[in-house]
Design a protein around this ligand. Structure first.
Ligand code: ATP
Length: 512
């Protein structure tokens, strides 16, 4: 199946099984805004717990906060967002569609890369086992020609972005003959800057009202609380502050489902360090965060680092963790060395002294900061994409199954009475009432056992138990495993011990 079709199936699966709905669905949705359903919210909460515990529980020098979405408007002047949180926009005059100029060019580079992959695939087909892919990539004339085009385009693009040269960005689009995907024409406007922050009014009267922004990142809530936390928590450098919360960006190119949303959630941790040690910490946090991702068991080959060439104005190093989505390797998390930029800016704009007194050196300085910033929704999407499978069964049947890591699955155990009579439902309820204190259990009695198993497979429930007439005599049940579909007879008394360890967040944390 083409990857595009797989992605479409995942999107409709998310809706059909109560994971993600378009916002205000009965009014036909709101662009790039989504709601999480009954299963989605459980998965999302589990992702957040996995992250929070890995930060706050496993590090005795990291604490959490929960700052407000609304912040003093000067925060965003100090942070640079009022002046520089812009995207370069371009319109197609025929379709009236608006695009991000940088995304159009990045898509063009991706098209060239796809061409190379096609050449490689052809080589595989032609030479079969004798095919030496590495050598082919280094020597094949056609591949080298395309790679040279990519390199030239990439360096021209990087220069234009670095200087935010809007005319040059437009010229690249013209020279590359990039056409609007809707109208197919190259009738482009000039490129303009567009600020991504949402603005609203605070206060009751129009006169007295103050314009404020919905935060475009959670990080600033941490920076403005640095002194509060450091003093009240008596924190010693190095230490970190973690936060999970909503962020808002008026994204222009809102597409690929929950990959790019206008309202989304971030899990950010700012780690304050002594100046001069930041590169060591940057490397350490890159490794720690990659280990967190890989503990999910999706395979190391599906992740890669992408080191930034163009750095944000505040950074001296930056790297993304990218995951292989059905639409290519995409950023899920950013790790940034933000220097002392933010704290210094807030010190300047607020007039407060924002420093750290180092008792060992007997001097005060502004700490440097390493940030790890991950989108909950993108993480959710990557997990969904990797877990979704349409499995071919013997006999030609197809089973749709979500191989979610058991610790993240919305429901851990489905409890199914074989029939709706003879005391089986009561026995099943008894088991639910016992186990529900330990993990999420779901009771289901409707439809045949086979259909109920399939419904649980589709939402990723790792275990099902069936209560039958023997259960009433010998207190045993049939335990079915989602991935292998194996069934075995176990004692009711043993259920908790068998399941709890496998489905707990703790089991996942131990793998990091
Ligand atoms: P992109 O280049 O894709 O716009 P970014 O580099 O601007 O992302 P950051 O500002 O570094 O992203 O934000 C950190 C993380 O927040 C990203 O890695 C991503 O997981 C998440 N994120 C950012 N923007 C969005 C969005 N519009 N929708 C969902 N998640 C987002």
């Amino acid at each position: 199946m083409a990857q595009e079709d797989v992605f479409k199936k995942i999107v409709s699966h998310c809706k059909e099984y109560g994971f993600v709905f378009p916002s205000s669905d009965i009014y036909d949705g709101l662009g790039a805004v989504y709601d999480y359903g009954q299963n989605g919210v459980e998965l999302k909460n589990n992702i957040k717990q996995y992250w929070w515990k890995s930060m706050v529980l496993l590090h005795d020098n990291i604490v959490g906060i929960d700052a407000a979405v609304f912040m003093h408007p000067t925060v965003w002047k100090a942070s640079g967002h009022v002046d520089a949180f812009n995207d370069p926009l371009i319109d197609n005059r025929d379709s009236k569609k608006r695009y991000r100029a940088d995304v159009l060019i990045e898509d063009q580079i991706a098209k060239y890369e796809e061409k190379i992959e096609k050449e490689v695939a052809k080589g595989h087909k032609r030479f079969k086992e004798a095919f030496d892919e590495a050598q082919f990539r280094q020597t094949n004339g056609r591949v080298l020609e395309i790679q040279a085009k990519i390199d030239a385009l990439h360096s021209r693009f990087a220069k234009a972005m670095e200087a935010m040269d809007l005319e040059e960005l437009r010229q690249i689009i013209i020279d590359e003959e990039i056409a609007c995907p809707i109208s197919g024409t190259r009738n482009w406007t000039d490129v303009r800057q567009f600020n991504l922050m949402f603005k609203t009014e605070m206060g009751s009267t129009a006169d007295g009202a103050t314009s404020i922004y919905l935060r475009p990142e959670t990080a600033q809530g941490i920076f403005v609380n640095y002194l509060n936390v450091q003093k009240t928590g008596r924190m010693k450098l190095p230490f970190g502050i973690a936060q999970i919360g909503k962020a808002f960006r008026n994204e222009i190119v809102a597409r690929q489902f929950i990959f790019r949303m206008r309202e989304f959630e971030q899990m950010e941790m700012q780690f304050f360090v002594k100046p001069g040690t930041e590169m060591d910490w940057f490397r350490k946090w890159k490794d720690t965060r990659m280990a967190w991702h890989q503990a999910l068991g999706f395979g190391a080959e599906n992740y890669r680092f992408h080191d930034h060439e163009k750095l944000a104005h505040y950074a001296n190093a930056a790297s993304d963790i990218e995951f292989r989505m059905p639409f290519g390797f995409k950023e899920v998390e950013g790790i940034h060395s933000r220097t002392d930029f933010d704290l210094k800016q807030h010190a300047q704009f607020s007039g407060k002294k924002i420093e750290y007194f180092d008792p060992e050196d007997n001097q005060s300085y502004t700490p440097y900061v390493i940030e790890t910033s991950i989108g909950v929704d993108r993480m959710f999407l990557s997990i969904m994409c990797h877990s979704y499978e349409e499995e071919q069964l013997e006999g030609g049947d197809v089973r749709t199954v979500l191989h979610l890591p058991a610790a993240l699955a919305p429901v851990k155990l489905a409890v199914l009475p074989l029939v709706k009579k003879d005391g089986l439902p009561e026995k099943a309820q008894e088991i639910v009432n016992e186990l529900k204190f330990h993990f999420n259990c779901k009771y289901e009695e409707k439809d045949t056992i086979g259909k109920r198993y399939r419904r649980q497979d589709a939402i990723g429930t790792p275990y099902c138990i069936t209560i039958d007439h023997d259960t009433l005599n010998d207190n045993t049940v049939t335990l079915r495993d989602r991935d292998t579909m194996e069934q075995r007879r176990v004692k009711i008394d043993e259920l908790r011990a068998i399941i709890e360890d496998k489905v707990s967040i703790t089991s996942l944390l131990k793998k990091i």
